[in-house]
Write a protein that binds this ligand. Structure first.
Ligand SMILES: [Zn+2]
Ligand SMILES: [Zn+2]
Length: 156
């Protein structure tokens, strides 16, 4: 799997590939800080996430790997087409272009791959075997990891 994590100093994105070594280092290209990841043996042998190689925590959620630019591009294109049809005095084509935008967005969403995200450090994992214990985003767990609920971190 590929792991995208963030430099703790400047928050630049850094990418790692779990198929390389268990312990890896990358130098941040922006601030030259060194970032270390340590992959668990389950990640390396089964390609399934059990603990975060970046922060060591064990809470993850699954989300769609939504490419905002692509989604926005479709909406903008269909909106422009709609405006063109209104200008051409063809309102039925305006509604048709709205329908195309909705269908295209829904279709894209279904086709999108899933990524796993670490609650604690927001590292993103692509191309992993889905761990059945990982569910969709849960605000309560996120609260704990983002420090809004103090004192519960040790129990998870
Ligand atoms: Zn950096
Ligand atoms: Zn993490």
């Amino acid at each position: 799997m590929r792991v995208t994590t963030y430099c703790p100093t400047c928050e630049s994105e850094l990418s790692f590939d779990s198929r390389r070594d268990l312990d890896q280092e990358a130098t941040c290209s922006t601030c030259s800080d060194t970032v270390r990841l340590s992959f668990s043996s389950q990640i390396q042998t089964e390609n399934m996430i059990d603990s975060c190689p970046s922060c060591g925590k064990k809470a993850f959620y699954i989300q769609k790997d939504f490419n905002r630019n692509l989604g926005l591009g479709i909406v903008v294109f269909c909106a422009l087409a709609g405006i063109y049809f209104v200008w051409q005095d063809r309102p039925y084509l305006f509604y048709a272009s709205l329908a195309v935008a909705v269908v295209a967005a829904a279709f894209l969403y279904l086709l999108l791959p899933e990524v796993t995200v670490c609650y604690a450090c927001k590292a993103v994992f692509r191309g992993a075997v889905r761990n059945p214990e990982h569910k969709g985003f849960d605000l309560h767990i996120a609260d704990v990891y983002e420090g809004r609920s103090q004192g519960y971190t040790d129990r998870i």
